[in-house]
Design a protein around this ligand. Sequence first.
Ligand code: HEC
Ligand code: HEC
Length: 327
Amino acid sequence: MKKAFRIVLILIGLVVVGVLGFIGFVAIRGVPTYDPPVVQEIKIEATPARLARGEKIAQMHCIACHADNENRLTGRKLEDLPPLFGTIYSVNITQDKEVGIGKYSNAELMYFLRTGIRRDGSFAGIMPKFPLMADEDLKSVVAWLRSDAFPVQPSKKEAPASEYSLFAKILGNTVIKPLPYPETEKFIPDSTNEVAFGRYVADELGSCYMCHSADFTKQNPLEPGKSLGYYGGGNEFTTLEKTPIFSANLTFDEETGIGKKYTKEQFVKVVRAGVRPDGSLLRYPMGPHPMLTEYEVGSIYEYLKTVPKIKNNIQNKEREALASLGK
Ligand code: HEC
Ligand code: HEC
């Protein structure tokens, strides 16, 4: 009996030493690097349609995270990220050859946007990836990054370096990994199939599920529908007033979701203009999305109707979080 007890103690000891050793290793190594991409360069013609589409996608994603206070994409502090990830700054993605992305080829940029692996093999763990975005849409983004648009003109300005927390480093060594580069071309679904088109606009073009699910660390970018709490909301952010805020429940649950709250017309208005029917404004980080057309947002609504309902009362969650802070 005593011997068995000793063996158990030794085993527990070994596990503790192992875990501490892993944490120490991670703290020193940081986020791992991978093999640099070996990709064939592709030609991307900067047609007016591509530049407009690229700008639209950049407005939804890249600009919010990369623009400085002069609207140049030289990098900025990511204020709304929960502090548990550390102090994170985005980087300079202007066309500058030294501090920006001027040295990337088109193919390397496409590879990075899908997988998170930079041309030198280092891994961007915080930046969202776009593994399922249509090739044509990614080409539009790259065409815009290469254009003479003001935000991407070469600039030497740099944001401070990020300080990743131990938690972020552990995630970067365990659950947050580069994504595989797709083997086949990805296409934008036919817009006459409103549900399929709406799913593409919501999940791939708008990445709405990334914020409107339950936990950033339990997302599945390769199969968004398998993310924890898909469209049930609850992910935590910080408002501009530095108070906690949670993403809304966008499933059609009648009580806690949008099933009874919004008609299609009202949904289109709240998403595009950021104003609720009662006149209240959606708060940061939920910005208005005027770049999406009425048809695109209407299609998101049709798609959300088909998503499994989740009961999750976000108002209560916010009230409790504020109460625990004594507010
Ligand atoms: C949520 C914020 C966020 C969004 C949205 C975002 N980025 Fe980033 N990006 C980052 C951060 C942070 C890094 C630095 C690496 C890291 O920590 O993940 C980065 C790094 C990069 C890099 C690597 C640059 C280098 O030095 O090698 C490129 C290229 C890039 N982003 C382009 C884009 C483009 C294009 C978009 C829009 C399609 C975009 N990013 C959207 C936060 C973001
Ligand atoms: C950066 C994270 C983020 C992204 C991306 C995002 N949302 Fe939100 N969204 C939020 C947060 C946080 C709220 C809560 C705002 C508030 O309470 O004022 C919200 C609120 C909403 C609401 C209001 C719901 C209600 O009950 O009143 C709708 C509708 C909505 N989002 C739709 C969308 C759609 C559609 C997309 C994609 C095009 C999207 N969101 C992308 C974070 C995000």
